[in-house]
Design a protein around this ligand. Structure first.
Ligand code: NI
Length: 129
């Protein structure tokens, strides 16, 4: 038996365009697959997120469509379509996007999107699409 929150793995391919067409809200990650204890999530983002860090894990941002920025204490990184960045564990960051962007996240299960911060932007986990 798989834990309740895990969807059974199938051999069906995942199409990002099709998955991104299934939701419109910003900063609400959707799980599309799991990989051992990690999850592959898709999220649409626009405008500012909150400053936060993740005590327990690194976090991968992969830009599927559009562009985003990740602000750090001392510099800001712009990520364009086809680019990625791994934010190391414990490092404060603030993602933002001037226009809507489509992002893939890779991180362990049960990670709060706002890290150490409880905020209106904190999103529920295990939302599969
Ligand atoms: Ni984060």
């Amino acid at each position: 038996m798989l834990p309740k929150s895990k969807k059974p793995q199938t051999h069906k391919k995942i199409n990002f365009k099709e998955k991104f067409s299934k939701f419109t809200e910003y900063w609400q990650p959707k799980v599309v697959a799991n990989l051992n204890d990690y999850e592959i999530k898709l999220v649409k983002i626009k405008n500012d997120f909150v400053w936060h860090h993740h005590e327990e894990t690194d976090e991968a941002f992969i830009v599927v469509k559009g562009a985003m920025h990740i602000e750090f204490e001392d510099h800001t990184v712009r990520l364009d379509e086809g680019e990625m960045l791994v934010v190391p564990k414990g490092v404060r960051h603030k993602p933002y996007a001037d226009k809507e962007a489509q992002i893939m996240l890779v991180e362990p299960r049960d990670i709060r999107n706002t890290g150490n911060i409880e905020d209106d932007l904190s999103a529920p986990n295990d939302k599969w699409i």
